[in-house]
Design a protein around this ligand. Structure first.
Ligand code: NAP
Length: 336
């Protein structure tokens, strides 16, 4: 059993911690928090051992009556791997802690690619991560792009990819973020998402732009792909249909927006009502003048969760076959 600790128990950390508890080849040793809030309360109620990531803050937990097991250093000592799900750029600051203890760590998409030995997406470059000490699971948006672009590379000769990302303003829990009544262009053009995707799919040609809109439940991507050969829409749909963690949907089934997708996800009854798969509108997919057009959505809070589990298997080398790890993770999380 691989012993795993999760540093940071927020939007991503709590979901990764849950997913670890569903695996039979790894165990959750504990989680680390800086402060005793409702997330710490959740962890305690779920019988997770809670550690304090800022040693001077131990007294804060004691004052709130929350029992903790020690500091982040105590957690690190008991683990083979740490999943660092702290806010962007904090992971890089934490890295020396893991290096000093000689343990492996997985970072999230808010960290820069040069913090680690390789970025990670299970479908794209699982093998590259085998045996590495420090990897970064690419962001929710990049994971979404990777899932639907990677299978196309097996069946078509593709040219430039253009992606316009419509980003959620905030996660549902973020009461202080916005906008709540505006559309905000990301004025760094092209956006960072294209180069980020190239960290796991280096040989593609992609440019991206983004805007943020007042919604919390999902991102949405509109994607255009130049096709250099005569591939049909049906062949592309068939390839997505065979790709793990991609879900074909249609407006004919009532999926007319991200709202119905998340209603469907909540009814599936998975942890937190999550949707790990990338839904792609089959009926919005079309080819015109050798250019493929399609629209997909991303449940930003959860699509990276199964990738974290696969990343743990890859860096520890307990499973060297990407497909086998993907299948095992999918089965454990109810992903069909
Ligand atoms: P989050 O909800 O803000 O949670 C961050 C966690 O890290 C909290 O438990 C927080 O603990 C802890 N933390 C804060 N400051 C810390 C510090 N100095 N040292 C140690 N722990 C600290 O963040 P998140 O949204 O889960 O994001 C985590 C990572 O995942 C980021 O790299 C982000 O870019 C990436 N990501 C996020 C999303 C998304 O949609 N949210 C999607 C994909 C990837 P306290 O609350 O106790 O301070």
């Amino acid at each position: 059993m691989i012993k795993v600790g999760v540093n940071g128990y927020g939007v991503i950390g709590k979901r990764v911690a849950y997913a670890i508890t569903k695996q039979d080849d790894m165990e959750l040793v504990g989680i680390a928090k800086t402060k005793p809030d409702f997330n710490a309360m959740t962890a305690i109620e779920k019988n997770h051992d809670v550690y304090c990531s800022i040693p001077e803050n131990i007294g804060l937990f004691e004052r709130r009556g929350m029992e903790i097991r020690g500091t982040i250093n105590d957690l690190i000592e008991k683990c083979d791997v740490i999943v660092d799900a702290t806010p962007g750029k904090i992971g890089a600051k934490n890295k020396p802690l893991y290096e000093k203890a000689g343990i492996k760590a997985i970072f999230e998409g808010g960290e820069k690619a040069d913090t680690v030995q390789c970025s990670f997406n299970a479908l794209c470059n699982y093998e590259e991560a085998i045996g590495k000490d420090y990897v970064r699971v690419v962001s929710c948006n990049t994971t979404g792009l990777a899932r639907t672009i990677r299978p196309m590379l097996d069946i078509a000769d593709i040219g430039r990819i253009r992606a316009v990302l419509v980003r959620r303003a905030a996660d549902p829990v973020q009461s202080k973020k916005g906008p709540i009544n505006a559309i905000v262009p990301v004025t760094k053009v092209p956006s960072h998402h294209g180069p980020d995707l190239k960290t796991v799919l280096p040989n593609i040609d992609i440019v991206s732009m983004a805007v943020a809109v007042p919604t919390t439940i999902m991102h949405l991507h509109t994607i255009m792909v130049e096709l250099k050969d005569n591939i049909s829409k049906d062949e592309i749909i068939e390839a997505w249909g065979k790709t793990p963690r991609v879900k074909l949907i249609s407006s004919e089934d009532g999926f007319i927006s991200t709202a119905e997708i998340m209603e469907y996800a909540r009814a599936l009854g998975r942890y937190m009502g999550d949707l790990y798969e990338i839904p792609v509108w089959e009926d919005a997919t079309n080819i015109k003048d050798n250019e493929l057009y399609y629209i997909q959505a991303v449940h930003q809070e959860s699509d990276v969760v199964p990738e974290n589990i696969d990343a743990i298997r890859a860096i520890t080398g307990i499973e060297k076959n990407a497909r086998k790890s993907i299948e095992k993770t999918n089965k454990s999380l109810g992903i069909r």
